[in-house]
Design a protein around this ligand. Structure first.
Ligand code: 13P
Ligand code: SF4
Length: 329
């Protein structure tokens, strides 16, 4: 292992510019019995070279069922951890270990542990955007694609803590009538979408359907026609392929939307620019964009960075994910 790579969190070897990277990556996948999983927020080139592109729920399901020896998870770190938890015997590679998640960062395991201790008897429902250590303190995991279904199926008499996404939790409280205690976390990309920006777009395109991800703030969700996960929005667009859509989520999803609905027009909602933001004043997740063809190529070539989860944490962390998969069937 090159020490410098270890410090950087990815293999930064310069890749020969004359190579057809997509073809080389596909060749290596075959040789190494590897599959590439990519989230909808990654850049178009990464989605195009992947074996499977999906939302976080579909990616988790795929990770649980694949026969391949190696999985290259092109998303963010917690997604690679989820793959490892569901397929502990597989090698899980993550092209850049720096691909974190501001939402997962907003809930540290030690803080959740303290909060649980202050609320004895409460069960914990965690969004999949959490570390394995947080999942190990969790009773059931949810994704934006199944949160309502899973919460609806939980016993009514119990008390629940829901975290870390406050916006998703508020929405689920509203639609299920539950009174879950909410963690005050959020995603720096989705928190930036404003009612004003959408109203402006709606004025310019009055026929357009407004779609918003459940991580957006309540007032944004209230004026959206369609709310849900990335996959929910995509499915809606596919069922209405001739329409115009205003899309309030990370802009990477537009690649797949436009590919599957070539006749539709998609307007990405611009973010409100906040002073001193988290390194990106656009509607893009800088962590998802850390997945590049060069890094995927190097990851496959060197079999690094590999993601592993501490076995004691893994034993507990996989249970709420399995429970989610069962409850969301
Ligand atoms: P999905 O569950 O819609 O894939 O969302 C994951 C995510 O990170 C949204 O910011
Ligand atoms: Fe995390 Fe937000 Fe990026 Fe999704 S968009 S991976 S929630 S930082």
């Amino acid at each position: 292992m090159n020490k410098d790579w270890e410090n950087k969190g990815y293999v930064d070897e310069i890749v020969d510019k004359s190579l057809d990277l997509k073809a080389e990556i596909r060749k290596m996948c075959k040789e190494k019995d590897a599959i590439i999983l990519a989230h909808y927020y990654t850049v178009g080139d990464v989605q195009d070279v992947a074996d499977f592109v999906g939302d976080s729920l579909a990616l988790a399901r795929k990770a649980a069922e694949t026969d391949a020896k190696v999985m290259v998870m092109c998303g963010v770190h917690f997604m690679a951890e989820t793959c490892k938890l569901l397929s502990p015997d597989k090698i899980v590679l993550c092209p850049d270990l720096n691909a974190g998640c501001s939402l997962a960062d907003s809930c540290k395991a030690e803080d959740l542990k303290k909060f649980k201790d202050e609320h004895p008897g409460y069960k914990v429902i965690s969004y999949v955007n959490t570390t394995a250590a947080v999942k190990a303190l969790t009773d059931v995991v949810v994704t934006s694609g199944n949160a309502k279904k899973v919460v609806d199926r939980l016993p009514e008499g119990d008390n629940y803590i829901f975290g870390p996404d406050y916006n998703l939790g508020s929405y689920i409280n509203e639609v299920t009538g539950r009174k879950m205690l909410l963690w005050n976390g959020g995603c720096h990309v989705h928190e930036r979408f404003s009612v004003d920006a959408i109203a402006q777009l709606k004025k310019e395109h009055p026929e357009a359907v407004v779609m918003a991800h459940l991580e957006c703030k309540g007032p944004v969700l209230a004026l959206a026609d369609v709310v849900g996960s990335t996959a929910t929005m995509l499915e809606y667009a596919k069922a209405n392929p001739k329409k115009e859509f205003i899309v309030a989520t990370e802009a990477g999803i537009l690649h797949e939307m436009q590919r599957s609905c070539p006749d539709a027009i998609f307007y990405p909602v611009p973010p409100e620019i906040s002073e001193g933001g988290l390194g990106c004043s656009c509607n893009e997740c800088q962590y998802m964009k850390m997945n590049t063809l060069e890094k995927i190529y190097n990851t496959l070539k060197y079999g690094w960075p590999e993601v592993n989860v501490d076995p004691d944490i893994a034993t507990e962390a996989v249970k709420p994910i399995i429970k989610m998969l069962e409850l969301s069937k």
